[in-house]
Design a protein around this ligand. Sequence first.
Ligand code: 13P
Length: 273
Amino acid sequence: MTPATCWRRPPSNVVTEPTSTTTWIGTSWKMTKTLAEARAYARVLAGVGWAPRVQPFVIPPATAIATVAEVLPPDGAVLVGAQDAHWEDEGAWTGEVSVPQVKDAGARLLEIGHSERRAHFAETDERVNLKVHAALRHGLLPLVCVGETAQQRAAGAALDTVTAQVTAALAGVPATPQVLLAYEPVWAIGEHGTPATPEQVGDVVAAIASVAGPARPVLYGGSVSLDNARGLLDLPGVAGLFVGRAAWDVEGFLALADVAAQPAPQAPGGPYS
Ligand code: 13P
């Protein structure tokens, strides 16, 4: 497809210092894509001139980080990430990869604590915290995922659960380093997820910001689609979207990036109505 649309500018634009108006739009490919598929997707992104306020990122499986980073280099507009990494720099940890290794492969961002890792791979709050420190130690941008289960929400414990996860993740982390948070309610993620309504998201995002600090961007993830992206982005405190399935095709990613690039519609009664 031709990615160029009128709002985009040449790919020379690199957002290195996100501002409070930066809108993040990113995807984790989870356990999908061959090297050829990863390369083809990355080549399309490399040809895009991103809107000034949009910060795109893509998180391939570990096997494809280097391939994607060859196409989307560290000084480019699109941040390349890793889906996980061990908290130790090296050692006898069969099957694991370390932060220095994913950095060497080209990752600039590290996803930590996704609910699929918490549920299936014994990712505890303590390990999440160790990984945040490891990422910061090596100059990677941590993207910490938090979210409550359906049972926790039904019990009225959504806010407590999520704020406890954020507090644990950031323990011992000074106020200054940039850390991204993603609110991803477990019940909203994946094929069997139920899309969250803006009402369900707003309070939790505000609670995350109150714990993490106002300078730390809070993204939303979980069944994001073209149908709900605008409503979620318009919520106060939502600094971007973290997308799975709807962005696994590059056309889907670009369509969502288009939404992220548009300013919020003017509220009725505003100065231009
Ligand atoms: P889906 O968008 O497929 O629900 O996945 C979201 C997610 O887990 C992003 O980390």
